[in-house]
Design a protein around this ligand. Structure first.
Ligand code: ADP
Length: 400
């Protein structure tokens, strides 16, 4: 205790007050002493000044020590309070401590060492209590803050939940709109395709060469439109969870050969070689032939679309009798490494500009991946820009 302590000595007896001062001085405690003689003056002093410790005589002219201790504590003053009693009555001591006294000492036992020790103890306890109170207050504040944060988080969670519901509803409306739109567009488009095909039949031979060419273009463009509408319709079915597989036993080699033949004219137009390496002992598989054909068509038409010269292979082999691997290699423009994952996202195209060379909805690979996953398989891609790409599908021979 190097700084001097501010002490209030309350006693109506000048000699007793001096005894306290002297004892503290003798004990080497640096004190700055104030003194009062009765309860009224003490309360008045405490309302305006603060002290490190109060020494209080139990017997005062206007009030006893017990009620003064109570009055001081009721004012909210927590200063350490040592009561000096005339005699060592245990019951008085217990009552004093209950009322809020820090300690008590019979005046007959006052000695410099004892008084200094009591002073130090009382101040130490007081400081510890203050620190505990401060820590408790901080804890309470953090607790309140956490509660508030929790409430805010809960509100945010509810907002996000509400927004999610709105988003789900918006997505459902969009899917329904896409489904209705593509369905409605398909009906007139099928009529256009049907009538163009009729006009092109040799038996109708009334068209000039120029007209035949124009009808052929109507037919080709109509087919392309139909493919895109089918993709949009499939995508909306996937989003609505309404795309199912209808598996049956069929010959995979025959299905791949037929798909290649269907696309051969497209490859021929670009002078691309289209070939198949089929190395399955048993070509029979249990799957949805329409969906397997759709996967192959998507990957092969992409390979043709994004290859300017060279060749395209379809290779089929087995990892095990139950696990098949179909890969489609091309010598096309390739895919930058950064795009290798995103191309499987719906509407994602490496070239997003309006002037892009290759038409498409950007849905083909998203649909393909969903179909492969529905077949409990997986699709991966490796590619070198300027050299070509390989799409690899692993599927079970028999889907469940
Ligand atoms: P779309 O072909 O209608 O654009 P896809 O989902 O089928 O949509 O393909 C997404 C994108 O992936 C394509 O736009 C293209 O950028 C890239 N891609 C797909 N296949 C190939 C390929 N064989 N070679 C190069 N790029 C490809």
């Amino acid at each position: 205790m190097e700084n001097s302590l501010k002490i209030l000595v309350v006693d109506d007896d000048e000699v007793d007050r001096m005894a306290v001062r002297r004892a503290l001085k003798t004990a080497g405690v640096l004190v700055d002493c104030a003194e009062t003689c009765d309860a009224t003056a003490t309360l008045a002093t405490l309302k305006t000044k603060s002290f490190d410790c109060i020494f209080l005589d139990y017997r005062l002219p206007d009030q006893d020590g017990l009620s003064l201790v109570q009055a001081i504590r009721e004012l909210g003053i927590q200063t350490p309070l040592i009561v000096l009693t005339g005699q060592g009555d245990e019951q008085i001591a217990v009552n004093l401590m209950k009322a809020g006294a820090s300690d008590y000492l019979a005046k007959s036992k006052i000695s410099p060492g004892r008084l200094a020790q009591m002073l130090r103890n009382a101040i130490r306890v007081y400081q510890a209590e203050q620190q505990t109170a401060l820590a408790t207050q901080r804890l309470q504040e953090s607790h309140d803050l956490l509660l508030r944060k929790n409430q805010e988080l809960e509100q945010q969670r509810q907002q996000i939940h509400a927004q999610n519901l709105q988003l789900i509803e918006a997505a459902q409306i969009k899917s329904r709109f896409l489904a209705t739109l593509s369905h409605e567009l398909k009906t007139p488009l099928n009529a256009i395709l049907g009538f163009s095909q009729m006009l092109l039949r040799p038996s109708k031979g009334t068209l000039s060469v120029k007209q035949t060419e124009m009808v052929q273009r109507i037919l080709n463009n109509g087919k392309h439109l139909l493919e895109m509408l089918t993709e949009i319709l499939d995508f909306s079915r996937i989003e609505a969870g309404r795309l199912d597989l209808n598996p049956e036993w069929f010959n995979l080699a025959e299905l791949i050969a037929a798909t290649l033949e269907e696309l051969r004219s497209l490859a021929d137009q670009k002078q691309l070689t289209l070939s198949m390496h089929f190395s399955l002992g048993n070509p029979t598989v249990f799957n949805d032939p329409g969906r397997v054909r759709q996967i192959l068509t998507n990957l092969l038409s992409n390979a043709i679309k994004f290859t300017e010269a060279g060749q395209i292979w379809v290779k089929v082999k087995e990892n095990s009798p139950e696990q098949l691997v179909i890969s489609i290699d091309d010598t096309g423009i390739g895919i930058p490494p950064a795009e290798l994952t995103s191309i499987f996202e719906a509407f994602c195209q490496v070239d997003q500009t309006n002037t892009r060379k290759h038409p498409g909805t950007g849905l083909g690979l998203a649909i393909t991946r969903t179909l492969v996953e529905m077949m409990s398989g997986q699709i991966t891609v490796t590619s070198q820009v300027g050299e070509g790409s390989t799409f690899r599908i692993e599927i079970p021979r028999q889907v469940s």
